[in-house]
Design a protein around this ligand. Structure first.
Ligand code: FMN
Length: 198
């Protein structure tokens, strides 16, 4: 059975991100996949302290972090999953601070001894798992794709964990009501991309 992990960096319950991830989850489950959703807003992940102890450890898999929080559990979930949904709203032109905090902890996927100026990605040479990238914005979707860094950051996240995008959903013009509802068109795209993950 295909195991899909959704990592959601939205602050808002039932917001746009929750709805897109929810639609994809329903479609995935209907096609027989197992789905787990990690809501970063409920997940106790500390900030990376830049001690870089993890980055000194050689090897192809994620290294051990010295912090004792839920991140190790999340890394285990990442490792045992076959594919991912990586989702974050666009706040001030980028992923949310919540998503960025998680992203920085992915330094365990980098080999970066002190005498090297830049890191090597531990998963650079492994066959890539599939991922769909999800974001939204007040601005039109095309503008969001072109001018915000959100998708770039979601792509970097994918690269760190050894995944490659099979599609992106960037829902624009979706911030003119307190409780926006995603359109049929966005739901249809979410279902199409969910099918690409299995
Ligand atoms: C603090 C904050 C910053 C935001 N910054 C941007 C932005 O830079 N550009 C934009 O188009 N929309 C921006 N938005 C709108 C959100 O991207 C949009 O409402 C998104 O759909 C929220 O996702 P959610 O429903 O999952 O919370 C911002 C919203 C907030 C609250």
């Amino acid at each position: 059975m295909t195991r899909i992990l959704a990592i959601n960096g939205s602050y808002r319950k039932n917001g746009v991100t929750d709805q897109v991830v929810g639609t994809m989850t329903e479609a995935l489950k209907a096609s027989g996949a197992e789905v787990e959703i990690v809501l970063l807003r409920n997940y106790p992940v500390e900030f990376c302290t830049n001690c870089r102890k993890c980055a000194q450890q050689p090897g192809d898999g994620p290294a051990e972090c010295v912090l004792e929080d839920a991140m190790q559990d999340l890394i285990d979930k990442i490792e045992k999953s076959d594919g991912y949904i990586l989702a974050s709203p666009t706040n001030f032109g980028s992923v949310t601070a919540l998503f960025k905090r998680f992203m920085e902890r992915l330094v365990v996927y980098a080999y970066w001894p002190w005498d090297m100026n830049s890191p090597q990605y531990r998963k650079a040479k492994v066959p890539k798992k599939k991922t769909v990238l999800v974001s939204s914005s007040a601005a039109p979707g095309l503008m969001g794709r072109l001018f915000f860094s959100t998708l770039k950051e979601l792509k970097t996240t994918a690269k760190m964990i050894g995944a490659a995008p099979v599609g992106t959903i960037f829902t624009g013009l979706i911030a003119t009501a307190p409780h926006p509802v995603i359109s049929e068109k966005v739901q249809a795209k979410a279902r199409v991309l969910a099918a690409k993950l299995v």
